[in-house]
Design a protein around this ligand. Sequence first.
Ligand SMILES: *Cc1c(COP(=O)(O)O)cnc(C)c1O
Length: 353
Amino acid sequence: MELTINKTENLKSRPDDDKLGFGSLFTDYMFNMDYNPEEGWFNPRIEAYQAFQMDPATMVLHYGQAVFEGLKAFRNEAGAISLFRARDNFKRLNRSSRALCIPESDENFVYDALRQLLTVEKEWVPHSPGTSLYIRPTIIATDPFLGVRASHTYRFFIILSPVGAYYAEGFNPVKIWVSKTHVRAVRGGLGENKAAANYAASLYAGEQAHKNGYTQVLWLDGVEQKYVEEIGAMNIFFVINDELITPMLNGSILPGITRDSVMQLGRHWGMTVTERQISIDEVFDAHKAGTLQEAFGTGTAAVISPVGELKYDDQVITIGEGQVGAVSQKLYDALTDIQYRRVEDPFGWVEEV
Ligand SMILES: *Cc1c(COP(=O)(O)O)cnc(C)c1O
């Protein structure tokens, strides 16, 4: 398959680095590729960022057959651009695709297409500390049809959005609301896949948390509503008695690339890192016993998001006196140092574009 590049004269003016938020500005170009059963994936192209025209009956609009990824490109101090574990994102995209009956794509091909898109758009990778270019690969079902079945045709696209420093106002712990009424996903469902539908399921509880002055929801398992699964759209870790603990992958937890990186770093430093079931009662008991040292979320957007307060029912606990813990800080520094190539990368995670 040959990737074509269609140049446009119609270029936007680039925003100042200090005006970047998250996810509302997009670059000049995008990647598009289509699928039908006769040709497989075809017509891969880099072309002007543009709106889609869709039939109102397009299947993704009705039944949510869509998967996506989220990753970042970073500019280092010398000006070079690199990706962090990007191949893992395309591997996970294929895993998500399989779960939603979407045809798989060639991981090497789309990885190379992304690199070419970034080469065309390299001026869009911002320079200021903490900024990056957020990358959103997405696949949507495109048959115009109202019957319920998997679509026969698809669109694969990648868009790019320059984003500001996540912690522009400082690396501060957030307040988390444990939902007793809502669950994000259940075993046997879509929870372990990056499916758009999971986000639709998370919105109501998220709004409830916000209305009560909390930043994110801590999700419990969908079967017993007893075991900790994730916070917001992040994986979760606890430091209890100097041990790094995260819920084991059980089918309803998203296997985060940041989660995996944190576990590898912890082990590299000689920490005990454990993946196991952990109940919300155990977390509150550890706090009572004085052994709960830290809690934090992990994900591409925030990297590490320290938790300062947890509310479950009528119990509210403050973790680490509401300050950023030593392990959270060390992990955040280590991961961002590798991403921005301020230090050697002993894991082979970064690849220059
Ligand atoms: C994307 C995502 C994460 C984090 O994954 P990363 O690969 O670390 O960015 C965690 N939980 C959910 C539900 C997600 O969608």
